[in-house]
Design a protein around this ligand. Sequence first.
Ligand code: ADP
Length: 387
Amino acid sequence: MKTSTKQKENNNGTINTTTENAKIVRKETALGNEQAHSLFHHITTHSRAVIYVLNLVGPKIDFISPSIVHLTGYSSKDILRFGEGVLERILHPEDIDVYQNHLKEIVQRTNKTVEAVQYRVKKKEGDYVWLSTNMNVLERDRQNRPTKLICVSQDATKQKETELKLAQANEELKRFAYVSSHDLKEPLNTVISLIDVIKMEMDKDAQILDLLDLLDLCTVRMKQLIDDLLSYSLLEQQRLKTDDVNLNELLTWIKQDLDTSIVESEATIHIPLLPIVRGDATQLRQLFQNLISNAIKYRIEAPNIKIKAEEQAQHWLFSIADNGIGIAEKNLSKIFEVFQKLHASHVYEGTGIGLASCVRIVGRHQGKIWAESELGKGSTFYFTLAK
Ligand code: ADP
């Protein structure tokens, strides 16, 4: 292994470079050569983290701390012996590109901090360990191009395994919600048609007709629940179709959709001049529509709904205020959870999915949603959308 400095091998088979590695310590401190050496030796010998110097020519590893043996079973000496083939030898084949691309990023964005890179390293006995590594430029050539990086790696196996399990569980849950609600629709549609047939065929027995009407009502609610569940799970699965969305047009369409309930409830909706925002038009329509239809539904008297849009530094802040029944403070965060309803279905119809959908939509648009309210004094729902 060629380095510009003198190296000696210790009992563990670790190669200790002299001046070069001490520079790392001396760079930021007022330590003398000797102290810097001893501090560097102390850090690299006793730290659980693996510290290594990557020479971009090769690339190859010029120095690696002895703790690598605990993670991989390879000693520092083994790793140094791999020379220029080190990356191919120890990185998981799927992570070689990830690692190389990260190196490119470090080299190109020399003055900025680059996030840690995560990759798998092959252990001596064949399985893999996940490392999370921060890299910084240690040395540059005359043209100011980085030539060596100092890398600090931590064992990220447990964290990665948890992340993978979580992602898998989430995927399964999403599929489960979609498939089960999709499959439930089929028998339900049959039940609905059969009720109609029975109603037409049977003698007009008033009591049985009442029972069938009740059954009808239940199936309508069930159908609504399934439709809402399906659209809720689709919100997460479908790719965002981002476009310039003119909110003035969007609100005109929503008013047309809600025309019947606006007329029935004698609602007034104040809409100012609204901006054009970047987002998925279908999802944004659903967001505004859910909030406006709630403002109409949870009313005490004729709804008076005020929509506002305020331009802020990073985003637009929207608010939809009503003069409705209001929400007790203790329930203000609850209402955004899926299936959380504050009233029984025979008092206010609903599935408890509307606001949970709003949370997903706003989240997918890098925004936030919250509410302010007082029982009996109306509610204001706020949300932000990135500019
Ligand atoms: P739902 O289908 O029941 O309307 P949502 O998720 O849209 O479901 O709302 C959850 C709960 O939050 C509602 O059941 C209701 O109790 C409360 N809520 C939502 N919007 C309002 C509002 N504008 N005024 C008062 N309560 C509201």
